[in-house]
Ligand binder design. Structure first.
Ligand code: DX5
Ligand code: ZN
Length: 227
């Protein structure tokens, strides 16, 4: 099993106060975010439109931690350089959104950026298996993409376990990321036990019940209790 220090927290700014975005991004950076998860939604792949290039640029200007850019975009291929402006930006595309997944993954790799592929709750592990060895991360969607604040789908844990088995067997250097409904409770603990090493958390980090540092501390404590 990986050590506690290797489990990364990626707060999702989708739940941040957008009227105060710069300050929120700085606050979560200061509180120890390992990555900043950025949800780009196009109104086609998912019903909602979130934000585009201008906002991603503004987020990048307010942090020095790598962006973990979740492209919920139909056929993202033509927009890769719009969002991956620096080589440390991690680019995640959806298996369901790419007609030629291997080609899209290869393009991102050739750009020099870390690359990930996300799969929806209804998409089998086999959709990503043949590109797994090329990926820095595979992202298990533990909610149907499109909105923050949804409940974790328990079947996601089995999917994480199966992916972990394939990654271990192939001796791939691919991390498992989980996105959706992760709180400082069993959803985080069980995901880590199943093999996830990157936890995305939106409403668990940006909410009215606790400060950002308190929420980050709670999530770290939870991760520690998984070991
Ligand atoms: C959902 C997004 C998630 C979302 C997570 O479509 O991809 O990243 O912001 O929010 P929570 O953690 O509140 O489920
Ligand atoms: Zn996301």
């Amino acid at each position: 099993m990986v050590s506690e220090a290797r489990v990364l927290i990626a707060p999702s700014v989708l739940s941040a106060d957008f009227a105060d975005l710069g300050r929120q991004v700085r606050a979560v950076t200061d509180a120890g975010a390992d990555l900043i998860h950025v949800d780009v939604m196009d109104g086609m792949f998912v019903p909602a439109i979130s934000f585009g290039e201008v906002v991603v640029d503004a987020i990048r200007a307010n942090t020095d931690v790598p962006l973990n850019i979740h492209l919920m975009i139909q056929e993202p291929e033509n927009l890769l350089s719009t969002f991956a402006k620096v080589e440390t930006d991690q680019v995640l595309v959806h298996a369901e959104a790419c007609g030629h997944l291997h080609r899209t993954v290869s393009r991102i790799r050739n750009m020099g950026n870390p690359v990930g592929v996300a799969i929806n709750p209804g998409t089998p592990v086999s959709a990503v298996e043949d590109v797994l060895s090329m990926l820095d991360m595979v992202m298990v969607m533990s909610v149907n993409p499109g909105a923050a604040g949804q409940s974790f789908i328990p079947q996601s844990l089995d999917k994480i376990r199966r992916l972990k088995g394939i990654i271990d067997q192939g001796n791939y250097d691919t991390q498992i990321e989980v996105d959706g409904g992760i709180k400082a409770d069993n959803t985080a603990i069980d995901s880590v036990k199943a093999g996830a090493t990157i936890l995305v958390a939106g409403s668990a980090i940006f909410n009215n019940q606790e400060t950002i540092p308190e929420a980050m501390k709670g999530m770290r404590g939870c991760i520690a209790s998984a070991f």
